[in-house]
Each structure stands twice: as C-alpha cells, then as structure tokens.
Unconditional design. Structure first.
Length: 318
C-alpha cells in the first residue's frame, strides 16, 4: 500500500501532469457558438410571439394586416434561422451586418406602421423593444465589433423614424426629444452591457473548457500510469508465484532424492559385498551390470539433491 501511495504521488508530481500544452487543446469558439444557438432562436420567437399578441389582441386596428405581414416575414426568417441552428450552423454567418441591416429595417417598418404613419407613433409604439432583443442576440452570436455596428444601424433606423424639425428644438425641448435621447442611451447601454456579459461568459466558458480538457488529459495519463503499474505488479506477482513453485519443486526433489537414495545406497552396499566373494564369471558379470545400473540411477538423484540445495555466493558467481 505504501509503494502504491508513493507511486501515485510521483505521478501527481510529474511535470507532465501539471503542465499541459494549451496548443494541444481544441478551440472552444465552436462550442460556445453552438451553445448560443440554443438561446438565440428562442429570443427571436419570443419577440415574434409578443409582436403577434400586441398586433392582434391589444386593440390595434390600424394597419393590422400590414403588421401581421411584416411579422410573418420575421417568422419565416426565424424559422430558417432555427433550422440552421438545429444543424449547428448560423444563417448568413459570413454576413452578420446584412442580418443587422435586415433587422433594423424590420423593426423600423413595425414602428412605422404601428398606429398609423405619423412620426409621433415611433415613441408610442412598443415595437422599439425589438431593438434591445436584436442587440442581445447579436452580442450572443457575434463579436463586439459587430454588436456595436448593429447598434449604429439601429440608432440610424430609430433616428429616421423620429426625425422631424420640431424634435430638435433645444430652446424648448419636448418630451419626445427626451424620450429619443433616453432610448438611444438605453440602446447604447444595452449594447455595452450585453457585449460585456457575452464576453465574460465566453471567456469563462473557454476557461472551463480548457480546464475540462486538462482534467481529461490528466485523467487519461493517470489511468495509463495506473495500468502500467498494475501490469508491473501482475508481472511481479507472477514471478513470485513462479519462485514459490520452484521452491516447492526443490523441496519435492529433495524428498524424492532422499526416498530413492537410501534404498539405492543399501542395494549398492549389498552388491559390493557380493563382489568380494569368489563368484563365477557369470555372477560377476551380472553383479557388475547391477552396479552400473545403480550408478546410472544415482546420477540424477545427486542432481536432484544439488538442485534442492540453496545456491551459495560462489555458485552464483559461476
């Protein structure tokens, strides 16, 4: 147990375990993009659902057909975007500003046709909240540069809706001017806040992914070391078992040599005693034959005895 603990400690203290090359880690931008895709289509569908409710159930009789048509176009785009998201891709990912321009025009048309075509309705319409949803989706999907560019497009769209000479009367500012400036400030704050939040979440997710990759790599390395150590222990155990078998065989050989050697010694003594007598030629030949066979048997018996004895230093050197 102590040896295993020491080996485990040596594994954990090895440089390969502590230092993991970040160049070998996969890029996590695609993972973040796929995670964001599970949220952005829901935000779009939420905005469309709210828009349909506002147009059809909140007493908007003017331009209701036009507004439903505009929302239907938005629903078609949201459906295409959702299908691409299911496939793990972003619709028009190479042209994000085109999407931002389409959204700016889409929101501008909703605000323009809501409750008539008067420019005052831009401040009375609830549809400018789409600007904030668009900025949130853009911050989740794209880089801060694209998000701030989208904010500029939305600011131009909203300014175009509310532009009229009386709005810029600084001597006697109206409530519309205050609302206009406050909306632009809120849109700018939303852009900054959503960009900062998305950047923070992306950075945190990337770091967690890198730590997860390091943990998996270290786990694989540790499992490999444990497997190698287990194999070494199994080999040592097999060698120990083999040594125990050899020791048991030595004891068995010693017992066999003892049990066989004693009768052979007695028979050899009897043969030698018979050889001392005056025997005829036939008897002498037969006794010599017996003696030769006894010596032949005694040779492997002596080898068994020598095998059963522990090796000495002198014998190990030779």
């Amino acid at each position: 147990m102590t040896a295993c603990t020491d080996d485990m400690s040596s594994i954990l203290l090895r440089p390969e375990f502590d230092k993991v090359s970040h160049a070998e880690l996969p890029r996590q931008d695609d993972n973040w993009q796929l995670a964001a895709e599970t949220l952005t289509p829901r935000v779009r569908w939420f905005g469309l659902a709210v828009g349909y409710v506002l147009v059809n159930f909140i007493g908007r009789d003017t331009n209701q057909v036009v507004l439903n048509g505009i929302l239907t176009l938005g629903a078609v785009y949201a459906l295409i975007d959702t299908l691409w998201s299911v496939r793990g891709r972003v619709f028009l990912s190479n042209s994000p500003l085109v999407i931002s321009l389409m959204e700016a025009v889409f929101i501008g048309l909703l605000c323009h046709f809501d409750n008539g075509t008067d420019t005052d309705t831009a401040f009375n319409s609830p549809f400018p909240f789409y600007y904030f949803l668009s900025l949130l989706v853009c911050a989740l999907r794209y880089s801060p540069r694209i998000t701030y560019s989208t904010f500029a497009l939305h600011a131009v769209s909203f300014s175009t809706l509310t532009a009229r000479p009386s709005l810029w009367n600084w001597d006697n500012p109206s409530d519309d001017l205050t609302t206009f400036l406050l909306t632009l400030v809120l849109m700018g704050w939303m852009t900054w806040a959503s960009t900062a939040l998305a950047t923070l979440v992306k950075s945190t997710g990337r770091q967690l992914s890198q730590l997860n990759d390091e943990l998996q790599k270290n786990q694989a390395f540790l499992e490999q070391r444990i497997e190698e150590r287990t194999s070494e222990l199994q080999q040592s155990q097999a060698l120990l078992v083999q040594q125990e078998k050899q020791a048991a065989f030595g004891l068995l050989a010693a017992g066999i040599a003892h049990e066989v050697g004693n009768p052979l010694a007695a028979i050899s003594s009897l043969v030698q005693m018979l050889n001392r007598r005056n025997n005829d030629e036939y008897t002498s030949e037969r006794l010599q034959l017996v003696d030769d066979q006894l010596r032949r048997i005694q040779r492997p018996v002596r080898e068994l005895v020598g095998f059963s004895r522990p090796a000495t230093t002198g014998q190990s050197l030779w």
